[in-house]
Design a protein around this ligand. Structure first.
Ligand code: CA
Length: 223
């Protein structure tokens, strides 16, 4: 799942990113309203964490603008101001939830899960292809009762391939699903993730295949 984190306090953003990445989210971090505006145009996010006080504007004004343009991505607003009137303002402006600083990162993660679960973006919490069941909420892949142990990026690759089973998935689309804006992508990294994933699936007895489509990407098929 992909998150947009809009927060200008660099230390705070860095610490949050670390926790969110551990929770298997892909994080795009932006520090200004201007960059956030570009980010929502170029990528689809499952949820947005929005700081109120940004160097070039008020997070709530950005939220109103987004909602006005029909963007329904769930948003959780962060702010040092946590007076009840501020919360009401934020919720009226289209926030799905509101969290006052300082907060526990565990609470943020729990609230994020809740707003994503409530949103229309993820109506189904599991994907099944062949004998593989992918539990999107708990980030687990299983065959029967056996858990397939996959690190974050292999899990993201598997999710993308399963969502588009039977169709060629372009390398670029996979890279976008797996890496945040600021991540450096080595040219063969994606192939390494795919080949490790392929081996683990085969070793676990998965009845699926991941075909390489030369020059294009990959094709996932239940066999
Ligand atoms: Ca701020």
């Amino acid at each position: 799942m992909r998150l947009l984190l809009i927060e200008d306090e660099i230390e705070m953003a860095r610490a949050l990113s670390v926790v969110l990445v551990q929770q298997h989210y892909v994080v795009d971090h932006m520090s200004t309203v201007e960059d956030a505006r570009e980010a929502i145009k170029s990528r689809v996010h499952d949820a947005i964490i929005l700081d109120r006080h940004l160097p070039d504007g008020d997070g709530l004004a950005f939220l109103r603008e987004m909602r006005g343009a029909g963007n329904t991505t769930p948003v959780i607003v962060l702010t040092a101001r946590n007076a009840p009137t501020d919360r009401v303002l934020g919720l009226n402006d289209g926030a799905d939830d509101y969290l006052g600083k300082p907060f526990l990162t565990d609470e943020l993660v729990a609230r994020l899960r809740a707003i994503v679960r409530r949103s229309d973006h993820h109506e189904s919490r599991t994907i099944t292809e062949g004998n593989i069941v992918l539990d999107l909420e708990h980030k687990e892949a299983r065959i029967g009762d056996t858990l397939i142990n996959l690190p974050r990026r292999e899990m993201l690759v598997l999710e993308m391939l399963m969502r588009r089973s039977g169709r060629t998935v372009l390398r670029r689309a996979l890279e976008e699903a797996v890496y945040g804006y600021d991540d450096e992508i080595q040219s063969n990294a994606l192939d390494s993730h795919v080949s490790r994933l392929r081996k683990k699936l085969a070793d676990s007895g998965a009845d699926v295949e991941i075909h390489s489509i030369r020059g294009l990407g990959y094709l996932f098929k239940a066999s």
